[in-house]
Design a protein around this ligand. Sequence first.
Ligand SMILES: *Cc1c(COP(=O)(O)O)cnc(C)c1O
Ligand SMILES: [Zn+2]
Length: 449
Amino acid sequence: MTTYRSWFECIRCGSERYALNEVVYECSSCGGLLEVQHDLDALGERPAEQWRQLFDQRYMGNTWPYGSGVWGKKEMVCPTVDEDNVVSMYEGGSNLFWAERFGSQIGLEDLWIKQCGNSHTGSFKDLGMTVLVSMVKQMRAEGKQIPAIACASTGDTSAALGAYGAAAGIPVIVFLPKDKISLAQLIQPIANGALTLSIRTDFDGCMKLVQELCREEDIYLANSMNSLRIEGQKTVGIEMVQQFDWHVPDWIVIPGGNLGNVSALGKGFLEMQAMGIIDRLPGIVVAQAQRANPLYRSFQNEFETFEPMLAGDTLASAIRIGDPVSYERAVRVIKRFDGVVEQASEHELADACARADRTGLFSCPHTGVALAALLKLIDRGTITSAQKVVVISTAHGLKFPEFKVRYHEDQLRESHEVNPMHSNQPVEVDPDYDQVRSAIFRNLEAVQA
Ligand SMILES: *Cc1c(COP(=O)(O)O)cnc(C)c1O
Ligand SMILES: [Zn+2]
C-alpha cells in the first residue's frame, strides 16, 4: 500500500509546515490555526473510480481498522499513523435516515438525516477523536513525553476523549463548565476514569484554562483547534456521498458552535472534488442558537466584522459558545459553498425537535436548531421541494433526556420561552380494565394527531 504524505500547514500565511507527530497547534510566525494538508496530486494519481471502489469494499467490513467509517478513508485522513497505533471503536458508518414523513409534512420530497449520534459515545465527536488519540498513541510509542490528553468541552468532546483515552490507556483530563452540560454527558468521562474538572465558568472560560495548561505543560490539547480532529470529522461528508452512491446532495444543514465541524465538512468536500471523486459541491447551511449566535451576527454584515459574545443559556448546550475557535476556517467554507447562516430561537428549536420526533426521530436540541433553520429556509424559498437535503444530526437524543422531559412537561416556558405545541404526557391510571379502556379512548385522538 502506498503511504501518502500529509503535514500541518498554517491556514493564514501558509508559510510554516510541521510534521503531524509534532506537538503544535498554531503557526509560529503568525499565530494562525493549522490545517492538515494532504498530497492531493499524489492522491489524484489514482483514478476516482478506484478510490470509490476501495472505499466501498472496506465500508463497514471486518478488516480492522478499515471497517471504521474514518479509517476506511485512511489515505485521505491520516496516512502516517501505523495500523498498530490506531485507536478505533468502529466509528462512522452512521445511518443516513430517509425522513420521508417529516419531509412530506414540511414540503420536501428528499430529506435525509445523517444520524451521527448513533456512535460509540453518542455524538460525531468520535469521528475526530479516533484520529487524535491514535496520533497521541503513536507519539508516545515513539518516545515523546505526553503524560495526558486534555480538553475543554460542552459535553460531547469530553465524552469522546474519555472513551478513546480509556481504550488506549492514556490518561485524560476534561474541563467542563459546571451545571452547563447534561447529566448523561457528565457521567461519560467519569465512568471512563477521566480526571473531571467541573469549573465554575462557561465553555469559553474552560477553553482559556485548558489552552494555558497545554502551553505550560506537556499535556496534549484535544480541542478542535487541533486539526487532527478535523480530519476525522470531515469523513461525515465523504461517507454521506458514498451512502448516496457517490452523488452529492443539494444542501447540507449543520448546527455550529465552535465551528470545527462545518470546517471539516467543507474540507472533505473540497478534497473529494480535488481528487475527482465528485464534480460539484453542495450548499451548506450553518444553524446557530439565537442565544449563542456570533457567526450569524457576523454573516449579517457579510463577515466584515466579528465580535465574540457572552453565550446565553440555550437548550442547545453543546453549541453554547461565544468565541468560536474555528471562525476563520468556517468563514472560508461558507464563502466557498455559497453558504447561509441561520438562527433558531429556543421555542423554534424545541418545537422543531418535538415535531420531528413525532415522525419517528428522537433528536438532540442541536439537531433541533438545524431543523428549525431548515424550516425557515424552506419558507423563504432558499431550499425548494425537489432538492435533496441532508440534516446533520450531531448527537443522540438520549444524551439530552432533561431537555425532552422538560419540553413535554411544559417546564421551559419561563426560562426559554418555549410554548410546546407537540407535548405528550403519560396517563396515570389504576389497574382496572374499565379505567384503562376509558383512558385509551379519551386520549386516542390526541395520539393520532
Ligand atoms: C460539538 C457539537 C456541535 C458543534 O460542533 P462545532 O464543531 O463545535 O461547531 C453540535 N452539536 C453537538 C451535539 C456537538 O456535540
Ligand atoms: Zn502563519
